[in-house]
Design a protein around this ligand. Structure first.
Ligand code: GDP
Ligand code: MN
Length: 374
């Protein structure tokens, strides 16, 4: 689970990490009040779970409360890198002398947390040349030792009281990491200004499997409106950027289908695992949702075990008779009650393939023809 910047800062601040004065809001009038109470210049920051908001227009400065309100009016409800902005964070504008990067992530190969720091703060760490990045593995039984924080700080060229403050923040960031069962805690940039050190941006991603022991943490639902809708039906669904919608039963089957599709030059529009044993109604609804994403073709790949082929056929027939299929539907149907399912499909003008290979090739070809949505 990824937390929004304002939530991450709230938590970091509880652990003693200095953050700018400010507050989040979802309404322009409230933004104006917050800006007025901060006084002076403020920064208005779109709260969206995307990186590089600065470059994408999601970070703007205002010199008056009225201007902050105007900026918020433009941001709230708009999309930033495809994600809807529902809140903005208003903070005092910091004067920046230097920006550094500090983060703690999981090094999955070494199976340890890794402390990452760089004197090139402010830009995405993925874009910083490797030689400007310092990494130190952390041994979980010992944790982050104070000397490691100081050593890293010296490497960044920070000495004296400022160096001490940065080293202290690094220790606190590790406390946040362990106490919140985080997968990532990141401050980018950590701003140095007139001898003060402040977290100007914050990220905190919590391990989903540890959420059950963190009732104190806020919950953030991530996903497009369609993803959230399908999730609420109890199905797994992820949007991708291709144009062939895919429904398969079982996560392994869905992933294999995506692989075979790519192999034949097709681009999946999504990953939909219709699950095992879904009944006609939710399956028909899921197919309807796939159609609403306007794919060029739909591939249904079912290997019926608990899922019965005749139920799959009935779901497809139901969609055909209610909303209709404006795009080609290619079906592969084998397994439990296969004969009944295939014969039902034939009666309603559908064809069914027996192998995944044939069906996948057919759907790639069908998607290559004219796009009915244009
Ligand atoms: P990101 O682009 O999504 O990582 O958003 P950030 O919160 O990191 O902001 C991007 C950049 O905007 C930072 O690296 C800073 O250079 C700048 N910025 C953010 N907040 C302030 C601020 O309070 N004062 C100044 N001068 N610059 C800021
Ligand atoms: Mn940032």
């Amino acid at each position: 689970m990824k937390l929004y910047e304002y939530l991450a800062k709230d938590i970091m601040s509880k652990f003693g990490i200095p953050v700018p004065r400010g507050s989040a809001a979802d309404d322009p009038a409230e933004v104006e009040r917050i800006a007025a109470s901060i006084g002076g210049e403020v920064v208005v920051k779109a709260q969206a779970l995307v990186g590089g908001r600065g470059k994408a227009g999601g970070i703007k400065f205002a010199s008056s409360p009225a201007e902050a309100r105007e900026i918020a009016e433009g941001m709230l409800g708009s999309e930033l890198k495809g994600v809807k902005v529902e809140k903005v964070l208003i903070e005092e504008k910091l004067k920046i002398d230097k920006e550094v990067y500090v983060g703690i992530a999981v090094d999955t190969r070494k199976a340890r947390p890794v402390l990452i720091a760089s004197g090139s703060g402010g830009m995405e760490i993925e874009e910083v040349p490797e030689k400007e990045i310092v990494r130190r593995l952390i041994e979980p039984p010992w944790g982050l030792e104070a000397f490691m924080g100081r050593e890293i700080t010296r490497r960044l060229g920070l000495n004296g009281p400022v160096g001490g403050k940065v080293a202290d923040i690094i220790m606190k960031l590790y406390h946040v990491f362990t106490r919140c069962d985080a997968e990532l805690t990141e401050i980018n940039p950590l701003v140095i200004s007139d001898g003060n050190v402040v977290a100007a941006d914050a990220r905190l991603n919590v391990d989903d499997d540890a959420l059950y022991r963190h009732p104190e943490l806020p919950r953030v639902e991530e996903g497009t409106p369609t993803e959230l809708r399908v999730k609420s039906m109890g199905l797994s669904y992820v949007e991708l950027d291709g144009d062939i919608a895919v429904m398969a039963n079982g996560a392994g089957m869905a992933m294999a289908t995506l692989d075979v599709l790519q192999r034949y030059g097709g681009r999946p529009a999504n990953f939909l695992d219709a699950g095992g044993g879904a009944s006609v109604e939710p399956m028909a609804e899921a197919i309807g949702i796939l159609l609403s994403t306007k794919p060029k073709a739909i591939l249904v790949n079912i290997f019926g075990g608990i899922t019965r082929c005749d139920d799959v056929a009935r779901a497809l027939i139901k969609v055909k008779e209610t909303v209709g299929f404006p795009v080609p539907v290619v079906i592969r149907l084998v397994g439990t009650n296969e004969e009944e399912g295939v014969s039902l499909l034939r009666q309603h003008g559908f064809e069914a393939y027996r192998t995944m290979d044939e069906a996948t090739r057919a759907v790639v070809e069908a998607a290559g023809r004219a796009n009915p949505w244009q």
